[in-house]
Design a protein. Structure first.
Length: 274
């Protein structure tokens, strides 16, 4: 395909860039009527779906809503929040089991086969790779790092240090202290993981962009974040991104000179047809 751009697209060179999960999208700014936090419940309708959740009131107008995440094949924010909470709940249980296993091995004098490396447990692997631009969530997760490392260190000391020690009383005292330390650090980690669930839910907000088409029909679009109004260089959409079984809701690829990321341009006529 050539990079020739439709003339109707050339008439407007201002685009509202938004974010859904980690992907950037752009909306023709001439369609945009208002932007606000979604601070009111959406009224459900008998025909409500995950893509078309219902209606809301905006400046005295009844506005139907489109949830752009599922419309574009992405997890809803609710699904993402639930998955995050379930993952943290499992990591919490992992560490409670880890401490139970450590105590059993110390009690029975058997080898401890779970990892003592805080970077190799399931939470550690996730923590080392997880990234969010939400500074509140990032700040809270950093609180878990030190007690999590201390928790794993207790097992390292419990199963390595006694081999270097000939004093049985000292070894017994050390092991009892380490078991107590493991419970202390486990309780800290578990409490912080519980807090992380609440903080994640409280700090993930939904924005609503109210748009208007050429027939003055209103439509609210739910998005994660509104970034800026800016100019983009448009290129034709690859054939692989074309929707052959329903409305075409992507129209072009947008590029900025100072940005390496790909911006997917939304086809507003296709979205209104939903």
């Amino acid at each position: 395909m050539t990079d020739k751009i439709d003339t109707k697209t050339e008439k407007n060179n201002l685009w509202l860039t938004i974010k859904l999960q980690t992907q950037l999208y752009a909306i023709d700014s001439s369609y945009v009527e208002s932007i606000s936090l979604l601070d009111q419940p959406i009224s459900l309708l008998p025909e409500s779906t995950v893509i078309k959740p219902g209606i809301m009131n905006s400046r005295g107008n009844v506005v139907p809503i489109i949830n752009l995440r599922p419309a574009l094949g992405l997890k809803t924010l609710e699904e993402e929040q639930t998955a995050f909470e379930e993952m943290l709940e499992q990591r919490k249980k992992d560490h409670m089991h880890w401490v139970e296993e450590m105590e059993r091995c110390l009690r029975e004098g058997t080898a401890f086969h779970l990892t003592t490396d805080p970077h190799k447990c399931a939470f550690g692997k996730w923590y080392d790779s997880y990234h969010t631009e939400n500074q509140t969530i990032t700040f809270h997760l950093k609180k878990i790092d030190e007690p999590h490392k201390k928790l794993h260190e207790t097992a390292h000391l419990a199963f390595e240090c006694p081999r270097q020690c000939d004093d049985c009383e000292r070894e017994k005292c050390l092991q009892n202290q380490l078991k107590e330390d493991a419970h202390t650090y486990m309780n800290i980690v578990v409490g912080l993981l519980e807090d992380a669930k609440k903080i994640f839910r409280e700090n993930t907000r939904t924005m609503c962009i109210v748009t208007k088409d050429k027939n003055n029909a209103l439509l609210g679009l739910l998005v994660d974040e509104v970034l800026a109004v800016e100019t983009l260089e448009l290129k034709n959409l690859p054939v692989s991104c074309m929707n052959i079984s329903g409305p075409q809701i992507l129209s072009h690829i947008g590029e900025k000179q100072d940005l390496a990321a790909t911006i997917l341009v939304l086809d507003m006529e296709g979205i209104f047809s939903l």
